[in-house]
Design a protein around this ligand. Structure first.
Ligand code: C2E
Ligand code: MG
Ligand code: MG
Ligand code: MG
Length: 283
């Protein structure tokens, strides 16, 4: 009947995002403007060593507060970056901000652990990436070991040759790399191996951690990821630790590093400065 038809049509319209098209258009048009006006804010989430719960690094995460739409999730605007080809400019913009921040912190505090920057997979496929990164480091006078780069594990790598050449060039610059969201990218084992053998760290996705206490398969996959890291002699970090039980499991399985709301939420630079003040001697 027609009533039912119209309801399902409505559902179809919603699901296919007809209503969302306007939102998308606004975001596509205005993200570059937000970058131009430096309106993207960074928050930082501490990364911990499981053993002694010392902070070993921070991950920078972008935040966009749109004047009328409110907070837009990075998942949404990073997708837009990739779809519109704005990703390189965006990632280099964030890199510049992080470099300037870490240089400032290194002037203020004696021990500032490295800050990780997320690069989109598309960015890692683009020609001349390492040169562009080297230029940002030089312009901001940021030492190469003061930053790390995180690259999501994904089957979406289209230009594998370019991708791996760029990764090798970044490595050659002396920048430490991590595979992000490990275990959820549906990469082939070959691609996974090629990627994992080039990086310093794998970050095991929180999807594998989330139900680790209750879902046996997650436990198996998690242990497999740890074993792979050990075999390749790289370190492993578990993402999304949300409770004490999960943290205890990491200890039991000898997972070296962890990150998650239970340990520390992402916070603004001022709150990071308080952490640095307490944990690191001041100049
Ligand atoms: P990611 O790189 O895997 O970052 C970790 C995400 O998990 C962050 O979400 C963080 O807030 C969240 N998280 C941390 N601990 C927990 C926890 O215990 N439980 C749960 N449920 N979540 C936790 P966020 O900030 O929303 O970022 C989402 C994704 O967007 C990031 O995932 C990253 O892929 C991307 N992203 C964020 N900022 C940037 C950026 O500046 N550049 C690029 N290229 N990508 C970015
Ligand atoms: Mg990340
Ligand atoms: Mg991640
Ligand atoms: Mg993620």
């Amino acid at each position: 009947n027609s009533k039912q038809y119209s309801r399902s049509y409505y559902t179809f319209a919603q699901a296919s995002g007809i209503g969302g098209l306007l939102r998308q258009k606004i975001l596509i048009d205005e993200l570059p403007i937000a970058v131009e006006h430096d309106q993207i804010n960074l928050v930082y989430q501490p990364l911990y060593r499981v053993n002694d719960q010392q902070i070993i690094g921070f991950e920078s995460l972008s935040r966009w507060h749109h004047p009328t739409l409110g907070n837009v999730s990075p998942v949404e605007f990073i997708k837009i970056c990739e779809d519109t080809g704005f990703n390189i400019e965006f990632d280099l913009y964030v890199l510049g901000k992080v470099c300037r921040q870490v240089v400032m912190w290194r002037q203020q505090f004696t021990q500032v652990p490295p800050i990780a920057v997320n690069f989109s997979v598309r960015t890692c496929e683009s020609n001349g990436l390492a040169n562009a990164v080297a230029q940002v480091l030089q312009q901001t006078r940021c030492p190469r070991h003061a930053i790390n780069i995180e690259i999501t594990e994904t089957a979406e790598v289209i230009h594998q040759d370019d991708f791996f050449r760029n990764i090798d060039e970044l490595k050659a610059l002396g920048i430490e790399l991590a595979v992000d969201d490990f275990g959820t990218g549906y990469s082939s084992l070959g691609l996974l191996q090629a990627l994992a053998s080039r990086v310093n760290k794998i970050k095991i996705d929180r999807d594998l951690i989330r139900n680790i206490e209750t879902v046996p398969l997650n436990k198996v996959l998690f242990k497999l990821a740890l074993e792979m890291a050990q075999t390749l002699n790289i370190s492993a970090l578990a993402e999304g630790i949300e409770n004490e039980t999960q943290l205890q499991l990491l200890k039991q399985y000898h997972c070296e590093y962890a990150q998650g709301y239970f340990l520390h939420k992402p916070v603004d630079s001022q709150q990071i400065e308080r952490l640095l003040e307490n944990s690191c001697a001041k100049h």
